[in-house]
Write a protein that binds this ligand. Structure first.
Ligand SMILES: Cc1cc2nc3c(=O)[nH]c(=O)nc-3n(C[C@H](O)[C@H](O)[C@H](O)COP(=O)(O)OP(=O)(O)OC[C@H]3O[C@@H](n4cnc5c(N)ncnc54)[C@H](O)[C@@H]3O)c2cc1C
Length: 377
């Protein structure tokens, strides 16, 4: 690259969803944008997740509003960048009466607008294959969209590069980022403004700023499986265990009684941070997860016992034999004790943006609009 083209209005470090969202927001403001990433292609949480843009279940207020806005941007990008939307909506199963009470309380909030409670006898309208008669009810939400992240993230990057003129520097490690300079293993880059979106790398850039937030990392188990039969009509499915993890439900008063019952009946699942999410891919396979184990440096091992606990919950929710698992992986993301995301502001022209919860696919576009809006007025 000629040296004259190494100067930009804004540099974004990180080509995960958080970095791409900032590149999109800045490019839409007409800025000359460079995205810099150490890897040859996105390889972090952003391609390891469910691609599930979750609205219902996000924490009431800011997070829920950001999820709604981000969902709209995904829908718009689906057209512009050719990113297929594979599923819409969400069916949250209540296996127990205590879970149904949480869903009823949720429905009474503003977040319940457009959602509806589904009686077990009416579940078949949403697709076959569930253990419907055994449930206490379900909640249908129309708000969600699901993309295949491992395809969507490269498509989004290609759209930014080809349609919006964003420059990508791959296999480039940023060693220091202090506007207007970024020192990389491939030389100096100049940018008036810098946004650092490092995912769960807390140590390379501004480690002292990031350390102040007391972050840790979360490891998740994921599986791809091929069921003998799966109704294409079914939206993404969750169940009781999700109601004590997702804050939009878990902060409802009725969640305390559900948690007590789950502690008595599914203590192993709770101890491994398991909740069930099942989404379907274009080839008919399912992505099934997940678990949550926290450590500063998560180990790379994925014990079968954890996958078994996830599949045990699958077997409670779905009728028929367990699907054959064809692929397993782990992912990690940043986690904070007290916040879902953070925007750190070391100086006027520098922001560090970390999504410190499992909500980046669902909220990054809205966060990026806010950050870029504030930076450029
Ligand atoms: C298994 C799993 C399931 C999930 N499910 C969902 C879900 O269903 N819905 C949802 O909303 N969210 C979900 N999440 C969370 C979501 O995936 C994350 O919040 C999001 O992907 C974080 O995006 P990011 O861009 O911040 O991080 P990443 O995707 O990790 O990207 C960070 C990038 O920064 C680069 N980088 C860092 N430092 C440097 C440097 N100094 N120089 C160059 N490059 C650098 C890295 O190479 C990396 O590519 C899930 C996460 C996991 C792991």
């Amino acid at each position: 690259m000629p040296s004259s083209s190494r100067s930009f209005d804004i540099a974004v470090v990180g080509a995960g969803i958080c970095g791409l969202a900032h590149a999109l927001a800045a490019a839409r403001k007409g800025k000359r944008v460079v995205v810099i990433d150490r890897d040859a292609q996105a390889n972090g949480a952003s391609v390891r997740n469910f691609g599930f843009i979750t609205v219902t279940g996000q924490q009431e207020g800011e997070c829920w509003n950001r999820a709604l806005r981000s969902r709209d941007i995904w829908a718009e990008l689906s057209e512009r960048a050719g990113i297929p939307i594979l599923q819409r909506g969400l069916l949250t199963i209540a296996r127990r009466p205590e879970a149904r009470l949480v869903l009823e309380e949720f429905l009474a909030t503003e977040m319940g607008r457009d959602c509806k409670l589904v009686e077990p006898s009416a579940l078949s309208a949403y697709g076959d294959g569930l253990n419907g008669a055994a449930f206490a009810g379900a909640l249908y939400s129309p708000h969600e969209v699901r993309v295949e992240s491992r395809e969507a993230i490269p498509l989004l990057a290609a759209y930014l590069e080809e349609q919006l003129g964003v420059t990508f520097l791959r296999q480039t490690v940023v060693h220091t980022a202090a506007p207007p300079r970024l020192d990389t293993n491939r030389g100096l880059i100049e940018a008036e403004t810098i946004v650092v979106c490092p995912g769960d790398d807390f140590h390379t850039l501004h480690p002292e700023r990031i350390a102040a937030y007391g972050l840790t990392r979360c490891k998740l188990h994921m599986m791809r499986a091929r069921p003998a039969r799966y109704d294409e009509k079914l939206p993404p499915v969750m169940s009781d265990l999700g109601l004590v993890r997702y804050l939009g439900y878990a902060e409802r008063p009725a969640a305390a009684a559900l948690r007590r019952r789950l502690e008595a009946e599914q203590g192993d699942q709770l101890a491994n941070g398991i909740h069930l999410i099942v989404v379907r891919s274009a080839d008919g396979s399912l992505v099934i997860g997940d678990s949550h184990h926290y450590a500063e440096t998560p180990d790379p091992f994925a014990p079968e016992s954890v996958d078994r606990l996830i599949l045990d919950e699958y077997a409670e929710v779905f009728a028929g034999p367990l699907p054959e698992v064809s692929e397993r992986w782990i992912g990690t993301y940043a986690s904070a004790p007290d916040r879902l995301m953070l925007i750190d502001c070391p100086c006027d022209a520098l922001r560090i943006v970390l999504i410190t919860s499992g909500t980046g696919a669902s909220t990054a576009f809205a966060i990026a609009e806010e950050v870029i809006g504030e930076l450029y007025g």
